[in-house]
Write a protein of this length. Structure first.
Lengths: 713, 158
């Protein structure tokens, strides 16, 4: 645009570094301040506007977080239901549109319950107080004489009971049964079950609007290829084709048809030639994030943590380890690909998008369509799997561009191949851990270097102008869980986040799983050097201020029969993670080697996330995480070959199937005085490490690559 | 030609004959429960019944289906708006769905499995359901739900 901000001013005004502010936009379409995911909100004050009591005593709740399977619709409704002493089924939870609530922070990081617990409780208390006053006026009672009881109010020293339903006028009878109290919440059904088993739940891929067209788009044949020329000679003649939209400068080529099969046929037939860039291979990408290569190239890391003097510790050490570990590209692979419907008309913009950030899409669509945000209404839907991969959905931006041209609703539904090749993925990560033991067997230095592509600063979501700014801030998603709660002396944690030719971003657990894989296998190595039991070594080294970390390790070990004798081809491994220092989880894996392949027999998990609103939902998240972590350990591997990924469907990227799931045992620790923390991600993090440690307990050798290589013996 | 879907005859235009069954169903109003996952028959999200047997609708062409009876998730419980099919009820009772996108396909596969083997072992279930992917990891609960459904069904039949 014209204004030349100094670097420092620019960083501050984007709000990315200044805490607690959301970026706001001055002029749509030529904004200096680019659209960013929604990082903050005013939920403390806004929560009251999300809930209201209906005539029938139920509570309507604009549930603004993304329900993508993690059960947040039910979890948050539970907070409200508990306060009113009504069953959670009496909460009418609505997935709102952007007009019905003020901007709310994106749904990420297993933090929704943690951050909204107090605001929702407070809002519920306020609402209950309002209802009490309504009752007092209606029945001419003194507020001070009314006691809240499950389902309504009772007059002190009397059995006179006023249900919410009665108070709100929805019930004409004077006799109303008192609804059962809330501790059925222990195994309450989720609110979204019936709609999902009947196939009635609507995902953005299912949306059908009158007059809707189907749009399909081209994607580059290799990473970085740009559109040169498009030949629509053949496609133009297909019956049912409405438009072919090409913008070479924007690298955009799409077709519009009356029905989806025609659009599919058309995009397959559309001839395009591309400017070919450098063709990348996996080894070159790995080199970009290799700590050794980075240091050779003189690129300084961010120092995330430093205590003591690691070089001094290095001198003191009698035994040392140097571990170089690697986790590859991975992909979210949600069962529903990217899809969205956008309708641009004279009245404004309406969109149906199942995403993790409603308001980011509202802003982005406003930018693309050149209108103000007030003219853009985005409806949320159920999401067929998010896992970090639906924070920004390019299909929605494409639908907006196409709809702008024809002024009709457009549905863009990405194919599985397109999602594999053209969305953003989990970055590969390279670790180097150097650590040493002094003559007493204490860890006298621990230096961990991490090289990764972007995790939080996803280049697909953050436009070019901001990408250079982000290089001044360490991508804290990549270091999640890397500051481990052991009393190791002289510690260093260094992190590089390097731009890659392939878009990468957040996925389940962010960097925590890769980091736990590197650190917990290194901890096992240290124990092995000392000839010590790996559990015992951990317990001896846990910081005394971390009893919860100790407790999950001990519980998992106990339930996993740690120390029990096993046949020579069987072993146990253990790993634990302190996730954001709020959720603590340990996994024991029982593994056997059969004909040189790894068989995971059982996974035992101990999990502590504070007060549990719905233990069954928490269990379901742990099950999902353990299975995902197992898949990472055994199967999931995406590689760049000749400029593109070597797999673009489930045949090349096998996620686990039902016959590959071992026995899973989950033990929950709950201290009701500790506020609820997250369960959607934490248990994925220690899982691959536990499995690898189990294999190492048999072979005596550390595993430093995921998935576990075929040749491990 | 016409297709019979959930007991109703639906007209097929000339242009639609080369569509896959999944594409055809997707274009029909109110039948959006049959989901697209991969387009290659690898994930099972598009599973429907063909004459009562589970098939991947993305792998079948409309022109080959004349005279066949097709059932989607919407038709599984006979179209009743209140009563759920045994398998649907079991999936509900066991709190199976998370994101829910794979659920119609899972339920169609499960009901077909039970039709063919009313007393499946855990192993039979796991193998029989191995064509249906679930990224949320609900597999253990799916196995429990199918076992539960088979027990309920056996009880009903005395």
């Amino acid at each position: 645009m014209g204004a030349k901000l100094s670097r420092r001013k620019f960083l501050v005004s984007t709000g990315w570094i200044a805490a607690g502010t959301t970026v706001s936009f001055v002029t749509p379409g030529c904004s200096i301040l680019p659209t960013l995911p929604t990082t903050s909100d005013d939920s403390k004050n806004e929560a009251s506007s999300w809930i209201q009591m209906l005539d029938d005593g139920r509570i309507q709740f604009y549930m603004g977080k993304a329900e993508m399977g993690q059960g947040i619709m039910t979890g948050l409704s539970q907070i409200i239901a508990d306060e009113f002493g009504i069953p959670v089924s009496k909460i009418k939870a609505i997935i709102p549109s952007s007009k019905q609530i003020k901007p709310i922070r994106m749904t990420v990081g297993s933090e929704s319950v943690e951050t909204l617990y107090a605001p929702l409780k407070l809002a519920s208390i306020r609402l209950k107080s309002n209802v009490k006053e309504i009752a007092a006026r209606k029945y001419k009672l003194m507020v001070s004489k009314m006691e809240p009881v499950p389902g309504g109010f009772q007059l002190k020293n009397s059995s006179q009971f006023y249900s919410y339903q009665k108070i709100m006028g929805g019930d004409k009878n004077t006799e109303v049964k008192n609804e059962p109290s809330q501790k059925e919440s222990v195994k309450s059904s989720r609110l979204d079950l019936k709609t999902k088993v009947t196939g009635k739940a609507t995902y953005s891929r299912d949306i059908n609007i009158d007059g809707m067209l189907h749009g399909k788009t081209l994607y580059p044949p290799v990473f970085g290829a740009t559109l040169k020329q498009v030949n629509d000679k053949v496609v133009k003649t297909l019956p049912g084709i409405v438009a072919i939209v090409v913008n070479i400068k924007e690298n955009f080529a799409g077709v519009l048809a009356e029905d989806e099969p025609t659009a599919k046929k058309a995009i397959d037939l559309l001839e395009a030639s591309w400017n070919m860039p450098k063709i990348w291979q996996q080894e070159e990408i790995d080199n970009l994030i290799d700590p050794i290569s980075l240091k050779k190239r003189g690129i300084a890391p961010h120092t995330v943590y430093s205590s003591g003097d690691w070089e001094e510790g290095h001198q003191l050490a009698e035994k040392r380890i140097q571990l170089r570990s690697y986790t590859p590209f991975g992909t979210h692979a949600p069962m529903e690909t990217w899809a969205a419907v956008v309708s641009v008309s004279e009245e404004g913009v309406k969109a149906w998008i199942g995403s993790q950030d409603l308001f980011y899409h509202q802003s982005k669509l406003a930018d693309i369509c050149g209108v103000s945000k007030d003219n853009v209404e985005v409806y949320g839907t159920y999401i067929g799997g998010g896992f970090g991969g639906k924070v920004g959905i390019v299909a929605a931006f494409e639908a907006a561009r196409l709809s702008m041209i024809v002024k009709r609703p457009v549905s863009v539904r990405w194919s599985r191949e397109q999602l594999f090749q053209a969305s953003y993925h989990r970055s590969p990560v390279k670790h180097q851990i150097e650590a040493g033991l002094d003559k007493e067997g204490n860890v006298c230095f621990w230096k961990h270097e991490i090289g990764s592509g972007p995790v939080i600063f996803n280049p697909q979501l953050i436009s070019r102008p901001l990408q250079w700014a982000t290089s001044f801030v360490s991508d804290s998603g990549g270091t999640r869980g890397a500051i481990i709660p052991y009393d190791f002396k002289n510690r260093e944690l260094h992190f590089w986040d390097e731009k890659l030719p392939v878009p990468t971003g957040a996925w389940r657990g962010l960097g925590a799983t890769s980091n736990a894989f590197a650190t917990e296998t290194a901890v096992d190595e240290l124990a092995r050097l000392l000839g010590k039991d790996t559990l015992k070594f951990r317990l001896e080294n846990i910081n005394e201020n971390n009893p919860r970390y100790r407790a999950v390790l001990e519980l998992a070990a106990k339930k996993g029969n740690w120390g029990e004798k096993t046949p020579p081809n069987m072993g146990r491994g253990i790993a634990a993670v302190s996730y954001k220092d709020k959720t603590f989880v340990a996994v024991v894996a029982i593994v056997s080697l059969e004909e040189q392949s790894v068989v995971v027999n059982k996974l035992i998990c101990a999990h502590d996330c504070g007060l549990m609103l719905n233990p069954d939902i928490i269990r379901s998240q742990i099950e999902g995480n353990l299975i995902w972590g197992l898949g990472m350990a055994l199967k999931e591997n995406l590689r760049v070959e000749d400029g593109k990924f070597n797999a673009d469907n489930f045949d090349g990227y096998p996620i686990l199937r039902s016959h590959e799931i071992p026995e899973i045992e989950i033990h929950l620790i709950e201290d009701k005085t500790i506020a609820p923390s997250g369960a959607g991600e934490p248990s994925i993090a220690p899982t691959p490490a536990a499995i690898c440690n189990a294999v190492s307990s048999i072979t005596g050798r550390v595993i430093n690559t995921l998935p576990i290589p075929e040749q491990i013996l | 030609m016409t297709l019979s879907i959930n007991g109703r005859k639906i007209e097929v235009t000339l242009g639609q004959r080369d569509n896959t069954l999944q594409e055809f169903i997707s274009g029909l109003p109110n039948l959006f429960g049959t989901h697209f996952g991969c387009g290659k028959g690898l994930c099972g999200a598009c599973t429907v019944h063909l004459n009562g047997v589970a098939v991947r609708s993305c792998q079948l062409l409309v022109k080959d289906l004349s005279g066949q009876e097709i059932t989607t998730i919407e038709g599984l419980n006979g179209g009743s708006s209140d009563e759920l099919h045994d398998v649907q009820q079991a999936f509900l009772d066991e709190n199976v769905p998370q994101c829910g996108y794979c659920m119609p396909g899972q339920i169609m596969s499960a009901s077909s499995l039970l039709n063919m083997d009313p007393n499946p072992t855990n192993e039979t279930i796991k193998l029989g359901m191995s064509g249906n992917l679930c990224r949320c990891g609900t597999y253990p609960r799916i196995v429990k739900a199918i076992t539960r459904a088979s027990e309920i069904r056996n009880q009903k039949e005395g």
